[in-house]
Design a protein around this ligand. Sequence first.
Ligand SMILES: NC(=O)c1ccc[n+]([C@@H]2O[C@H](COP(=O)([O-])OP(=O)(O)OC[C@H]3O[C@@H](n4cnc5c(N)ncnc54)[C@H](O)[C@@H]3O)[C@@H](O)[C@H]2O)c1
Length: 369
Amino acid sequence: MKMNKIFVKNKNTNYTIIIGKGSLGKLKTQINKLCPKAKKIGLILDKNIPNDFKFKIKKQLRKYSVHVYEFIPNEKLKSFKKANDLLERLIKNNLSRNDTIITVGGGIIGDFGSFVASIYKRGINLINIPSTLLAQVDSSIGGKTAVNSSGGKNLIGTFYQPRLVLSDLTLLKSLSKRNLVCGFAEILKHSIIKDSKFFKKLDKDKNKIFENSDFKTMGDTISKSCKIKLSFVNKDEREKNDRMILNFGHTFAHGIEAANKYSGKINHGEAVLIGMILATRLSYVKKVCSKKTLDMIENLYLSNKLLKKYLNFLNKKNLNKIVNFMEVDKKNYDKKINLILLRKIGLTTKPGQYRLSPGEMKKVLKKII
Ligand SMILES: NC(=O)c1ccc[n+]([C@@H]2O[C@H](COP(=O)([O-])OP(=O)(O)OC[C@H]3O[C@@H](n4cnc5c(N)ncnc54)[C@H](O)[C@@H]3O)[C@@H](O)[C@H]2O)c1
């Protein structure tokens, strides 16, 4: 099968994303080329990766001294304390800056492992092998690393680019439907903020994506999604302006996740789905988008049951808590909550254009949930 390759090149970055069935087979030659002085590999692994895939990775790394650090991913792993524990283990195993860290996992392992790689000896070679749909379309690219704080989600982190991203489509075969839907959430976001044609195509292809039934559709959808994300990242790597548009729906999502104590009952992609519908309803209430735009998105949600049980996580009782967490969002620069709203499918408002006080936010949320 033909691999999709994306070359990411801007002022500070130069790496390749290889997407395809069996792209893992490129690992050995790519490390040789990109990290020729590496002798040791720190392999940061998601425990839930199928064993045969773990075996294949280790086979590719035979010539290196491999140190494996395996974790069960949950949002509690994304903590400064857990990052420090891993840093101490890397120091004990004496990895040098010429060596390489490889993360293999979903967004949680990716965010956590990349954060550690970015501060270990002021930065060590990093390769990402994303293993969930969400990680392949979003979190493994763009260079944001993060851990959470008791004050909110992803509040501690760095910008640090990988040397290579290998998205192997065979990894998605063991993924649950629930996690495929979470990946779909970020793909849908990319279409809503930038590309109405892609939105229509997703509406057509959604069953193939939820069933993960066809490598070509998956490969093309992942590539398209990465390209949209990169179009924002390449203009504004450090998120001073346009990159904030990628946070469409995420201010709500982070508030919901934190107010629900990062419980496994609601995961990131599900919170993003709720966040995007709230942002669209708010856009309609504020007369930023039309009823037709709202209906198109609501219909896609309804026909795929994308908002199941959302009132368990967002209701009049925990609304104050959610807004309190929204107040510490990284996009804010004063007491107001900075939101990205939707003008129409494919076009959002600019960062900083719509800012609501916490009081206004509570009032309007009561109306739109
Ligand atoms: N850095 C960024 O730019 C960025 C962007 C979007 C999201 N994120 C972060 O990503 C995280 C969510 O990532 P996620 O949705 O991938 O969740 P996750 O990492 O928790 O993975 C979901 C589940 O799938 C399991 N899993 C992983 N690969 C598997 C495989 N191949 N087969 C079977 N099971 C597998 C994991 O063990 C986990 O139980 C959040 O913390 C979010 O904040 C970061």
